[in-house]
Design a protein around this ligand. Structure first.
Ligand SMILES: NC(=O)c1ccc[n+]([C@@H]2O[C@H](COP(=O)([O-])OP(=O)(O)OC[C@H]3O[C@@H](n4cnc5c(N)ncnc54)[C@H](OP(=O)(O)O)[C@@H]3O)[C@@H](O)[C@H]2O)c1
Length: 204
């Protein structure tokens, strides 16, 4: 059965690899990117896909994206994730990991609820790296260690997934750890290592 699948941050890494596989399986894939150039490159690599632009460090962008996307959506893959960034505090004074990794997927999903198919699945990319959330530290403009902020944002999206599953019993919400130290920009830039194969079906 052909399904409509929206993947966030699908211009690189796990998101792009997943998009290629799902399109090859015959699904209608919608890619979100933050730069037109990388989105165009991803659209070229994923046959039949369509794209939408949004910077996930800006929640207004995310809400505008939700308005622009056409439903019904069968599967939403909240793949958005950042570990290191040139500027770690957003224009709204929040840690960028909290915004991109947790608040943006939550805002997007809430805004898309009316456009989700009745039995839609929402897959949220979490991580094995998880730490107790210090919401004050994430929200008061202080600079946090990259891994600490990342780990907190990932426990936060896992907790949010459980809450959404309880609130919306007709829908499926799952928090996923895709593997660890997979070969993506995040791992290359964050850990200075090549990482392990991310091609779908590879074991890590
Ligand atoms: N790699 C691993 O081993 C691993 C392990 C556990 C969990 N994860 C999770 O898996 C997900 C995918 O990670 P990945 O390793 O594939 O990362 P990646 O290769 O670094 O790709 C990250 C994607 O996020 C986009 N992005 C970054 N900041 C953004 C922003 N402000 N607005 C919109 N898009 C933005 C990037 O866009 P550009 O292409 O424009 O840069 C890129 O498409 C993340 O949630 C990550 O936390 C990864």
């Amino acid at each position: 059965m052909t399904e409509t699948i929206l993947i966030t941050c699908a211009t690189d890494g796990i998101g792009l690899e997943t998009a290629k596989r799902l399109a090859a399986d015959g699904h209608k894939v919608i890619l979100q990117g933050r730069s037109q150039a990388k989105l165009d490159a991803a659209l070229g690599a994923v046959p039949g896909s369509t794209g939408v632009l949004a910077d996930f460090s800006k929640l207004d962008d995310v809400r505008a994206m939700a308005d622009a996307v056409e439903g019904p959506i069968d599967v939403l893959i909240n793949n958005a994730g950042v570990l290191k960034a040139p500027t770690t505090i957003t224009e709204s004074g929040l840690d960028i990991r909290l915004v991109v990794n947790t608040l943006a997927p939550a805002a997007l999903t809430e805004a898309l609820l009316p456009k989700l198919a009745p039995n839609a699945r929402v897959l949220n990319l979490s991580s094995a790296a998880q730490a107790k959330v210090d919401i004050a530290a994430m929200g008061d403009g202080r600079t946090m260690a990259d891994m600490e902020a990342y780990a907190q944002s990932k426990l936060a999206i896992t907790m949010w997934s459980e809450e959404m599953a309880a609130r919306h019993p007709g829908l499926v919400f799952i928090a996923i750890n895709p593997g660890s130290l997979l070969a993506t920009n995040m791992v290359r830039e964050g850990f200075g290592i090549a990482g392990s194969d991310i091609s779908v079906g590879a074991t890590s």
